[in-house]
Design a protein around this ligand. Structure first.
Ligand code: UFG
Length: 337
């Protein structure tokens, strides 16, 4: 059975990927220090996978601890999720973002070479496109400077990987540029667990519906879009998880490949509220507020290259994702009672 190291495997996208890996016959070994996750997710994973994974609680920035994991285990691949991910927070504490996200990545890349791991999958983001001229972006769309230190860590992360690959390295790298992952596992056993007040739209919507927040603020309705609100490509987290399995199965002459992981379809903030109301039967309270600094107007993926080359496409639609996210939120509310 192929053994895969999953850094940040207890996080939001990481945990859903663990389930997909186990379903496809891989044995995942998670390294995560749980600073941005919780035992609830590990318990959910244990139930969903019947304990078919190993959890090692370390910080990947601790190079000695990380290398000990490689001394003790053999891996066929590494999927590297472990990173901070809040755009707003990264503006307040940029050094923490650069330290954690870049040192973690460099340690893992060094381990890849030193321990001759054949395959490396990197969590990248559509943030590397900045505010693009064409709203639908291809992998070949020129990168632009991001708006936040978080964005720069992904932009720099790709640059570091590209530079490492300039010399012949004995491993294949696949960068997956996620658009906006949302939703939860349909079982309701794992999902997104934001620490404190959520920054992202979906957890804010579900927490408002659950009565934890009084109302959602829509950040601006004066954008040049049909209803004036920003447009994003929301993709079910289980589809994002499946893309990682595809990446592990993908072989190429090319040592470095980049794929867009989105649905190819843009949805506005007001449409998201309307769809949420349809799936939940609620009438979500919201106010229109001012624009949020750093938001881009509109971006969505072109996924023809991922479809044709990686053999991946999103199978679930936005309403299914909203339904699964709401199901997860309700289960959380019940367990906190
Ligand atoms: N939004 C609101 N109200 C909220 C939260 C969000 O109106 O309370 C709006 C935002 O203005 C934006 C949309 O909902 O138009 C989506 O916002 P998110 O914060 O959910 O997502 P972003 O598109 O800002 O950020 C996401 C990821 C980042 C990634 C970025 C790249 O969270 O990791 O996409 O564009 F870097």
């Amino acid at each position: 059975m192929k053994q895969v190291l999953v850094t940040g495997g207890a996080g939001y996208i990481g945990s859903h990927t663990i389930v997909s890996l186990v379903e496809q016959g891989f044995y995942p070994i998670i390294v995560d220090d749980l600073r941005n996750s919780s035992r609830v997710i590990l318990d959910g994973l244990a139930e969903l996978t019947v304990d078919r994974f190993l959890f090692i609680p370390i910080d990947i920035c601790d190079k000695e601890a990380l290398f000990r994991v490689f001394d003790d285990h053999t891996f066929d691949a590494i999927i590297h999720f472990a990173a901070y991910k809040s755009v707003g927070e990264s503006c307040e504490v940029p050094l923490q973002y650069y330290q954690n996200n870049l040192i973690g990545l460099m340690n893992v890349l060094e381990a890849c070479s030193r321990y001759s791991i054949p395959k490396f999958v990197f969590s990248s983001s559509c943030t590397v496109y900045g505010e693009p001229d064409q709203k639908q972006v291809y992998e070949t769309t020129p990168k632009r400077l991001p708006e936040s230190p978080y964005g720069f860590t992904k932009w720099m992360g790709e640059q570091i990987i590209e530079d490492v690959h300039r010399n012949s390295v004995p491993f294949q790298t696949i960068c997956l540029r996620y658009f906006n992952p949302i939703g939860a596992h349909p079982s309701g056993l794992i999902g997104e667990l934001p620490v404190g007040i959520p920054n992202n739209l979906l957890p804010y919507i579900t927490q408002t519906a659950a009565g934890i927040r009084s109302h959602l603020t829509v950040f601006g309705n004066d954008y040049p879009t049909p209803d004036g609100t920003c447009i994003r490509d929301y993709v079910h987290v289980n589809d994002v998880a499946d893309a990682h399995v595809r990446a592990l199965l993908f072989t190429s002459e090319n040592p470095l490949s980049v794929f867009n992981i989105g649905t190819g379809k843009g949805t506005s903030v007001l449409e998201m509220i309307q769809y949420f109301n349809e799936v939940s039967g609620m009438d979500l309270p919201y106010h229109i507020g001012s624009r949020r600094a750093g938001d881009i107007t509109e971006i969505f993926a072109n996924v023809s290259y991922s479809n044709a080359t990686l053999g991946w496409r999103a199978k679930r639609n936005v309403k299914e994702a909203l339904n699964d996210a709401w199901n997860w939120e309700k289960r959380q509310a019940k367990s906190n009672d």
